[in-house]
Design a protein around this ligand. Sequence first.
Ligand SMILES: Cc1cc2nc3c(=O)[nH]c(=O)nc-3n(C[C@H](O)[C@H](O)[C@H](O)COP(=O)(O)OP(=O)(O)OC[C@H]3O[C@@H](n4cnc5c(N)ncnc54)[C@H](O)[C@@H]3O)c2cc1C
Length: 615
Amino acid sequence: MVCSGGADVLVGGVTAVTPVVTVAGRRDDAKCAASYTGSVDHPVIVLASDEHASHLDDEFRRYHRDYDVRVVRTCDDATALLERLCAADRQIALLVQDAGLPDADVWTSFAAWRRVVPTARRLVTVPWERFLEEGDRLRPGLAHGKFDAFLLMPRGLRDEEFHAAVVELLSDWGSTVARPEVETIRLVSRPGNPLTAAVRDFAHRMGIPAGVHHPDSDVGREILAELATTRQESGAAEAPGEPVVASVYRAPFVATSVREVAQALNGSSGETVLTDVVDVAVVGAGPAGLATAVYAASEGLSTVVLEAEAVGGQAGTSSMIRNYLGFPRGVSGMRLAQRARNQAVRFGARFLTGWEVDALQPCDASLAHDEREHVLTTPGGGHVRARSVVIATGVAYRHLGVASVEELVGRGVYYGSAMTAAPEVEGQPVVVVGGGNSAGQAAIHLARFASSVTIVVRRDLTETMSQYLIDELRWNERVHVRVGVEVVDGGGAGLLEWLDLRTNASGEVERVPAAGLFLLLGARPTCGWLPPTVARDPRGFVLTGRDVPKEAWLGPGGVPGPWASDAIVPPDTLATTAPGVFAVGDIRSGSMKRVASASGEGASVVPLIHAWLAP
Ligand SMILES: Cc1cc2nc3c(=O)[nH]c(=O)nc-3n(C[C@H](O)[C@H](O)[C@H](O)COP(=O)(O)OP(=O)(O)OC[C@H]3O[C@@H](n4cnc5c(N)ncnc54)[C@H](O)[C@@H]3O)c2cc1C
């Protein structure tokens, strides 16, 4: 049996009542038994150690309020315990293993436990006296994703480094697997509704705990009754539809788009009035826009960020970013983005989510400095006036272009969204299309839930994916890679059930069962709304600095020509051909297309903004 513990984040049917658990959590030493406080409703932490059982149990005492901490002494005991817990529908958050169990080595134990609980986070603790010898042996396991961390066994009280790592792993599990304890928004919907899937994905990326409830469930009936009352009181016409969205912010309503939900939570561009002219308007809240907001606001510039969808951009859809400086155990893109947003807000930046910019009217650069004003407008009627503009709109996924498959978007077919849709494909086969790092990460995350993950890619992965991900995929027994293969058809009764895969060399088409298709196909720039004065390369990416063609270089003070050819200079590195308008991150022509480079550019643009505002 495979158990994810938390697989019903999307409650597809009537809400199930958590069964009363009769599992006997065996506490092997008397001291542990006496201190047992775990609740049957709490997620479980399993500590597996023979020699240090009592010590580890003592160290994990601080988690007893929120977790059900169990101690076992052997690999077999742990496997048996996990099977019983899964049979009782318990959530298992963390498996902690002493590097020396009597009946199995680290690899064998984690492989056995992973078969039962693929979603739990895995931690190895190594006693001090064995750390040097074990370190070399364990390091490859970390690189191949066999476990999430290995740490020195805590020595003495308050080893906060150890506990910081434990809390990080629990937090990561909590934000990607666990059922939300408190739902900030509740959606009432039947299964297979694409808009419901999109709204839930948005909520996840915004760090908003959301639950989906069937209309026939207790919660569903309660919300629908409240909706009916609100309509009666306001005299509004009965407009059926799903999902119905209930939140603490306003009365329940029938959502018609993700943007409507974003605006319901954050205020629409028509309702929100910005009277002041801000120093910096940032368009897009991916890593580049977030970094611009943090550094601009921290240096005293009044800063507004306009974001069409959820904060975090592409990075916000990543299950685990492992190559970002300072996060040795990796970080989920959503958590990274939420932290950056909070940081920017602390410095005074304002975020307007659900605001899609559809036009930019650049300033007249020949005016005096304090009179220069750019105007950004949104379809909702709101506009923002700014002394400088930073374009950080990144890229959007390419589409597959197979009509039968496109029809099932949100019903088993997803662009990105591997994070939120993964629990729905538990125990079933899925296909991932794409050969980039995003596809590799999606496959690793999906393999925690799905029975098998097939990566379908046209060219060899070594051409497009980082080696660390290729290695991790190779070690994952649930992941298979098929090179030179394409998806050519798909279908099912309402939900995706099968896909036709064509092997390009032979032309042979094979029908495979698939409950999920995750498309991570590379990207195109998203800046069709920019005026022609902002020069772009032939693929549509924004040109900056020396990449700008010479005829668009500027004269003294950044003012466009005509000027003598020896008087003109290229724009600054991150400056576009429109004075006072900058471009950072993936949208910039020639950029590296990574989280670190995008956030680095977001930070680097701030001195250029200062120079523009006060030359
Ligand atoms: C699944 C996935 C996993 C990845 N993993 C990694 C990794 O592990 N390591 C790594 O280094 N990189 C990774 N990447 C790449 C990395 O996420 C991107 O390079 C990075 O996010 C680019 O940041 P950005 O801010 O330039 O653009 P984006 O992240 O694309 O953000 C742009 C934002 O602008 C918004 N926007 C667009 N148009 C408008 C408009 N008109 N008005 C208002 N807002 C608008 C979008 O909604 C979006 O939120 C991954 C990408 C994906 C998709």
